[in-house]
Design a protein around this ligand. Structure first.
Ligand SMILES: Cc1cc2nc3c(=O)[nH]c(=O)nc-3n(C[C@H](O)[C@H](O)[C@H](O)COP(=O)(O)OP(=O)(O)OC[C@H]3O[C@@H](n4cnc5c(N)ncnc54)[C@H](O)[C@@H]3O)c2cc1C
Length: 406
């Protein structure tokens, strides 16, 4: 099973957590366990001190970070825990190194320099060793050294490897309010945007904060790009983007991430499960595949809360008419639209696969295990977790599943 997300959130425990817990219960804690316990002990103060020290060394770097650092510091501590768990673990270390390298590439958009990495390295080493105090041993010090080097040097090296521009500027040329909660945003970039169909981009809107959005169309030399954005209630960026984006707004499009794709040469048919705006990368992959006459069979379950939320259905339906390898099954949790979505249901056309009612997890697994398919899942974390769990329970081999939680 492959979680393709490679942005800020580390991709899950690097080390077998149960194995660690078992060892902890029976024997003296290992240096790694002591270090992990220390990181968990007072994570908030530790991260606050590291960043305070860093900003004292590099005052100009403060502008790279959000005004409210609480969430950022929490994610930073998750990264430290992930790295410590993965160090010297042959199963986990390569993924950890790739993750940090990609994180470094992503940080180019903030303008992070080698001097910043070196100041951060110094800040981490000083604050952590001071706070470890009497718990320092040669083994713990070795872990600290590896942690500090991994986080700063691998990120800096990852950034240095990427020689293209850190971001491409783009102008909003169209904003379509598809429903109350969804908008399609089309942009004309100043230069072609480097990504692969199925990947997502780090995007900075006029609101100033960076978020991930997945293009709904494949890359093209003209630099045209389109996103489908859904309002997350209470969110800082998504709601204002859906409601307030204006033609002429300038956005920044940063590094591409993610490895969700259909390898046409690998053979085997494909099951796609997309919830809400999670349809964006699937649509991009399908549009890309439509360039070829022959393709693996693709079965797409496209789900949302209400029938009228399935804003991409007409496009996908038309694609399925002209591409016989594609089957699109609409799914909605509710059978009827609420009154404020009334009229949106006119997306349903005669001949379309009849809409199924239920959660994506229920509907998809009601057809069996799909054990012969390569499976791509994308949508909200809750939808992805439920769908992946149910597929595994139904007998889908874990190695066949790739997913991107939004
Ligand atoms: C790999 C990836 C690709 C993505 N692609 C798209 C895309 O193509 N289109 C799109 O609309 N969005 C996409 N997202 C989600 C997007 O990046 C933002 O997370 C989302 O728009 C919320 O941002 P916000 O500033 O409005 O909310 P925030 O202010 O960041 O968060 C507000 C609250 O909502 C919660 N929250 C944040 N995101 C979600 C979510 N997705 N579901 C439920 N609760 C959430 C937070 O935990 C917080 O409590 C993607 C996310 C990832 C990780």
């Amino acid at each position: 099973m492959q979680r393709t997300q490679a942005g800020w959130t580390p991709p899950g425990p690097g080390r077998d957590a149960d194995r660690e817990r078992g060892r902890m219960a029976t024997a003296e804690p290992s240096p790694r366990q002591q270090f992990l316990a220390f990181l968990h002990e007072d994570a908030d103060t530790l991260s606050a001190e590291i960043f305070a020290r860093f900003f004292a060394y590099r005052p100009a770097a403060r502008a790279m970070f959000p005004a409210n650092m609480v969430e950022h510091r929490a994610v930073f501590m998750d990264v430290l825990v992930y790295v410590v768990r993965s160090i010297d673990d042959p199963d986990a270390e390569p993924a950890m190194m790739a993750f940090l390298s990609q994180l470094g590439r992503d940080h180019r958009k903030f303008g992070a320099t080698t001097e910043d990495y070196s100041a951060f390295r110094k800040s981490m080493a000083m604050v952590i060793s001071q706070r470890l105090g009497h718990r320092r041993t040669p083994e713990v010090d070795k872990l600290l050294l590896l942690l500090v080097r991994a986080t700063t040097e691998l990120m800096n090296a990852g950034a240095a490897k990427d020689t293209g521009p850190a971001f491409v500027e783009a102008t909003v040329v169209e904003h379509i309010r598809a429903t109350r909660d969804h908008a399609v945003i089309r942009l004309q970039a100043d230069a072609p945007v480097p990504y692969r169909a199925g990947q997502y981009l780090s995007v900075r809107t006029t609101l100033g904060s960076w978020r991930y959005f997945s293009p709904t169309i494949p890359p093209n030399p003209g630099g045209q790009i389109e996103f489908l954005v859904r309002t997350v209630p209470g969110g800082d960026v998504s709601g204002p983007v859906v409601a307030g984006t204006r033609v002429g707004d300038r956005w920044r499009l940063g590094a591409a991430h993610g490895s969700m794709q259909v390898d046409r040469d690998a053979g085997g048919d494909v099951l796609m499960v997309a919830g809400g705006s999670g349809v964006a990368p699937m649509r991009s992959i399908i549009v890309d595949m439509a360039r070829f006459g022959e393709n693996p069979r693709v079965h797409l379950f496209y789900g949302a809360r209400h029938p009228g939320d399935l804003t991409e259905l007409p496009t996908l339906w038309r694609l399925s008419i002209t591409n016989p390898w594609l089957t699109v099954v609409p799914v909605s949790e509710e059978a009827e639209d609420p009154w404020w979505l009334a009229g949106a249901d006119n997306r349903y056309e005669p001949g379309m696969h009849s809409r199924q009612t239920g959660t994506l997890a229920d509907v998809v697994t009601s057809y069996g295990a799909w054990s012969d398919r390569r499976v791509l899942v994308c949508g909200s974390p809750k939808m992805v977790e439920a769908t992946v769990d149910r597929l595994l329970a139904a007998g889908t081999p874990p190695g066949n599943i790739a997913f991107d939680p939004y």
